[in-house]
Write a protein that binds this ligand. Sequence first.
Ligand code: XMP
Length: 514
Amino acid sequence: MKPDTILVLDFGGQYAHLISRRIRENGVYSEVVSFGISYDDISNLSEKFNVKGLILSGGPSSVYDQGSPKISRSILESKLPMLGLCYGHQLLSYVFGGNIKKASKKEFGHTLAQITKPIAILNKLNRTEKVWMSHGDTVYSMPSEFETLATTDNCPVAAFRHKVKPIFGIQWHPEVAHTVNGNLILKNFIFDICKCENNWQPTNFIKSAINEIKQTVGNEKAIIGLSGGIDSSTTALLASKALGKNLVAVFVDHGFMREGETEEIKKIFKNSGINLIIADAKKQFLTKLKGVKDPEEKRKVIGNEFIKVFEKIAEKVKATYLLQGTIYPDRIESGSTANADKIKTHHNVGGLPSKMKFKKIVEPLRDLYKDEVRNVAEELSMPINMARRQPFPGPALAVRIIGEVTEEKLIIVKKADKIVREEIEKSNLTGNLWQYFAILTDTKTTGVKGDSRAYGYTVAIRAVESKEAMTANFAKLPYEVLEKISTRITNEIPEVSRVVYDVTHKPPSTIEWE
Ligand code: XMP
């Protein structure tokens, strides 16, 4: 059965993908598509999805900027319900003849909205609502076929609707948690206006993903690089259901895994019935990374070596397809979705060499967010400690050693990471944490150990709370736990003379240091 679907037209806003996530959380399928999509494109999509409505995301442009993204006429003329948010709100106003100007003041952060008409998308809202704004341009008036539903001090038309057609605009961001009743607005749109059914679960995806893999790979063989992380492990389980013995999983032991992890992965996968090959490539990776300091270069080198190992084994086992555990945020941050800026090359996306020897790369999880992948993993009966394990980057500890990766530094970061994990897990703090780990910085500082001077490494601790890794807050860990970690690291690792705690959110920082 085709799922009822809301398409989010991406105008380049940092929250475009959050909108889609929020809709999925309400049990309705959603995809992010390029702003330039035409009605014909949507009709083509209707083979797979029952498109019931469109949300126009925010974006950094002004509708008056030259070349600013616009919406296709064919879509405007369609009967599909449409909700514009922020830039989307301004754009709908612009194309329908509203009056938009630069606001006297740029509005950013919390604002109180006066809900003058709590109807349609604003149904059941209070007369005054705490909302979150981030905009420069403002809609001052709309033509007579529209009516204003809400205002703020700076926005005379903070929300509008067409009097007859299902067209709506809201200046604020209902998708961010700071807008108190944001989800109510999204629900009003998707259920009352678009009449979607809430019958989508990430686990519905299992059947279609297995089919997709079967159809793409056919009777040929496919290979998957197993990192031991949740994404590649889930992909392997899906692919094994689709391909059986025609799937070959390769665990590349590059030597950058956390302490004890390689053994654990070998154990779990050897028991799962998956055709597993373990490739010992520790020396090869370290040699190739010699002298490489730049993080992007590191990712590329690692991506290249991975592929070389794969290609060799693929040739041996005669595999023609490569499966990867790429998920949605990897694609967004590697700049491979429309309009998003490149933040860093996730090794399993942009780090790949351009001339692959495989017929195709298959990425069944490409549209899922991490916690959706976890649900799928549990549904596939992945052991709970595996399904709930904290995310770990593909290039592994190599991107947690700032600067050149050496054998000595690997030993240090592994020990420090083990201590961080042990202390946080012992304190029962893991429930709220997305990730917690150690980074070996390239800064050496003076210390004093016993009665003598020590000149050693600085280890940084990072612990963050997050829902989907797109944004994150540093965790306010109790001082006692930080103290325990710091004391143990400096006592147990003689090469380290200082421990610091990273107190930066994402943005502006990313979660990993490189
Ligand atoms: P950042 O550092 O970009 O990380 O805020 C977001 C999430 O992605 C993980 N991460 C990676 N995962 N390959 C991966 O498979 C990579 O190259 C990579 N870099 C970061 C990171 O651990 C966090 O959960």
